[in-house]
Write a protein that binds this ligand. Structure first.
Ligand code: SF4
Length: 307
């Protein structure tokens, strides 16, 4: 490990011999936590518009979104020639299997697309779908990405996730049983969780057969139920300063399994979507630089305390 943590950057180059750029696709899915199947109103922190690049809107075909996304990234990464279609918006397995096949396969027909990344909820997969994805993965890159957010049922209930942690564990185990590459997303700073609670998630995450991890500090998105909760019960939220978060994350990293890839440890939602920006406006590249600098200062690394 060149870096002091197992950075996901570089994984594709190592495994496939080239950089693979993700192109975000909005295929017009909804979410069972919004349409009434599981719940209404969605998770209390959710405003999907906050995660959308402009080129991905469901009124465009998948092919057109890919073309525009490739054009958008061409200026930034001139040497990139291969792409992954990233089905990111809402729950991207929440449709009958035949519809899903049409959408995924439309993306895979694009000559520059090497594979798909599918973001979804753990309660939106079943054995038949996972078998199909495993069959696709014989020829293409297929990555399943689950929003898990917290390992604690009391938190999942408070943020209105509409599923418990056991559902997430089962989905991850069934996905791993089929040999699929998979990641999960977690949020630090959810209401009611202390720093010790968050730290306590490390051994639980270690026990899951995951490959990659994305973490986010909680950001209060305008217009969400959580904005109201934050205004009324601020004492229930652990708020990190930028330096405090980096030190917290390094403590967490020391406990993590060394083979788990870290795809993201923090992130900034565009400022127009958040109700405040406690860290100022800071780019992801700068966040990574600060993390690496602090790891060197503390002379520590991912998994140092992993048992
Ligand atoms: S599951 Fe995802 S899309 Fe659905 S409400 Fe929660 S965060 Fe939003």
């Amino acid at each position: 490990m060149e870096k002091r943590y197992n950075a996901f950057t570089g994984y594709f180059r190592e495994k496939y011999g080239c950089r693979l750029q993700k192109i975000v696709i909005d295929a017009g899915f909804t979410c069972p936590n919004r349409d009434g199947k599981v719940g209404v109103g969605g998770c209390t922190y959710c405003n999907n518009a906050a995660f959308h690049p402009n080129y991905s809107t469901p009124d465009k075909s998948i092919f057109q979104q890919l073309e525009e996304g490739i054009e958008f990234h061409r200026g930034r990464y001139r040497n990139t020639t291969d792409y992954l279609a990233y089905f990111q918006s809402y729950s991207n397995t929440y449709a009958p299997l035949d519809n899903l096949k049409m959408l995924y396969e439309e993306a895979l027909e694009h000559p520059k697309v090497r594979g798909i990344v599918i973001g979804t909820r753990p309660d939106c997969v079943d054995g038949t779908l996972l078998d199909y994805l495993a069959s696709l993965a014989r020829e293409k890159v297929v990555i399943v990405e689950y929003g898990i957010e917290s390992c604690y049922d009391r938190t999942l209930s408070r943020i209105n996730r509409g599923h418990n942690f056991d559902v997430a564990r089962r989905a991850v185990e069934e996905t791993a049983a089929r040999g699929l590459f998979q990641g999960a997303h977690f949020i630090f700073g959810l209401p009611g969780e202390s720093v010790e609670d968050m730290m306590g998630m490390a051994p639980i995450i270690n026990s899951l057969p995951l490959n990659t991890l994305k973490f986010h500090q909680l950001q209060i998105i305008k217009g969400t139920a959580m904005e109201m909760e934050y205004a009324n019960r601020r004492e229930d939220f652990v708020e990190f300063s930028l330096d405090g978060y980096i030190d917290f994350f390094i403590d967490f990293l020391e406990l993590l399994r060394p083979d788990l890839y870290i795809e993201r440890f923090a992130g900034e939602v565009p400022p127009r979507f958040v109700n405040h920006t406690p860290w100022g406006l800071i780019r992801n590249t700068e966040l990574l630089r600060l993390l690496e600098k602090r790891l060197v200062e503390r002379d520590t690394f991912q998994g140092k305390l992993y048992k």
